[in-house]
Ligand binder design. Structure first.
Ligand SMILES: Nc1nc2c(ncn2[C@@H]2O[C@H](COP(=O)(O)OP(=O)(O)OP(=O)(O)O)[C@@H](O)[C@H]2O)c(=O)[nH]1
Ligand SMILES: [Zn+2]
Length: 309
């Protein structure tokens, strides 16, 4: 049936859709009926991101436009190429923080991710990829293992994977079957390799997205949402060396340290930042060895970066 070509967009019925790739002024969405559409983002609706639920309408001819972003459950931020914070994904159920024996895990970076995930109200999963390298004598596996053991002791879920050998990715594949998961972590830890293992049809999915825009989709520089065979969704995002906590206040940072929780509220001052204040219950727990000096030092570094002490 012919539609009037210059109909006002608001007169067209809206379809709900999921954003799979977002560029500046346009992106690729999948409607609830499973249709892929390249949509222009109406300037005044804000900036849609990967994982957004949006309303799309016909915009004359074959063109589509996003004219509403539905309320987000949560937002995951990252620095853009110029270091400015930007929302890269929304409506997440799970953050997969990938680490590997090589490149050597940066515990400060891992801590920062874990604090950020806690502030989203969802649980992180630490994925120790390249697990087969743990037997490699060229690598300081003691250091890598000690780092991971710290986090297991703190109660975090750790899943071991390998894209090259047993144990493979089966435990992770089971975990991501429901909801939307995002892969984050240092560059080179194997996020894209994991995405390839979890998504047997990744090239087909990427190809379909590129065909929709008529432009390439650069998997290493673009955040992309894929549909998993088991029903969940997986977002692969380019790696970072640094990760900031742009929107958190000091209390959010302390709350992101699970080992601090028994002592929060026990300090002499209600607004204690657990830095140089007297009567601090957290510092007392560090002195007693109940909180590790390493994690506490990382916490104070985060505070400093977050606005000084
Ligand atoms: N030995 C081993 N190497 C792996 C494994 N997984 C990935 N690699 C290798 O690690 C290197 C980096 O993998 P990528 O998947 O590109 O890493 P990435 O985290 O996506 O990196 P960015 O795109 O820079 O963020 C590649 O050479 C992979 O072949 C693994 O389980 N074991
Ligand atoms: Zn305190």
């Amino acid at each position: 049936m012919d539609e009037p070509a210059q109909c006002h967009p608001s007169m067209n019925p809206a379809d709900e859709a999921l954003v799979r790739v977002a560029y500046g002024s346009h992106g690729l969405v999948e409607t609830l009926a499973g249709e892929h559409r390249d949509c222009r983002f109406r300037r005044n609706v804000g900036r849609p991101c990967c994982g957004d639920h949006v309303l799309v309408r016909a915009d004359g001819g074959d063109a589509w436009v996003v004219d509403e972003i539905l309320a987000r459950r949560n937002e995951f931020m990252k620095a853009d190429a110029r270091g400015r914070p930007q929302v890269v994904a929304a409506n997440l159920d799970r953050v997969l923080v990938v680490v590997a024996p090589r490149p050597m895990p940066s515990r400060d970076l891992l801590d920062r991710y874990l604090v950020a995930v806690h502030s989203l109200g969802i649980e992180p999963v630490i994925v120790l990829n390249k697990a087969e390298l743990m037997a490699d004598t060229d690598i300081d596996t003691d250091h890598a293992l000690a780092a991971i053991d710290d986090y297991i002791r703190l109660g975090y879920t750790v899943v071991r994977t390998s894209c090259k050998q047993s144990p493979g990715v089966t435990p992770l594949a089971e975990l991501v079957q429901a909801g939307t998961s995002i892969l984050v972590g240092q560059s080179g830890v194997g996020k894209s390799s994991l995405a390839h293992q979890l998504l047997p049809d990744i090239d087909i999915q990427t190809g379909a997205l590129s065909t929709t825009t008529g432009k390439g989709t650069h998997t290493t520089t673009t955040t992309i949402l894929y549909t998993l065979p088991g029903g969940g969704r997986l977002i692969d995002s380019p790696g970072v060396w640094e990760y900031g906590l742009w929107t958190l206040d000091d209390a959010d940072i302390a709350a992101g340290y699970p080992e601090f929780r028994p002592w929060l509220g026990e300090c002499r001052f209600n607004n204690c930042r657990h830095a140089s204040e007297p009567g601090c219950a957290i510092k007392a727990a560090v002195a007693n060895g109940e909180i590790t000096a390493r994690r506490y030092a990382a916490y104070t570094r985060l505070l400093e970066q977050n606005g000084g002490q």
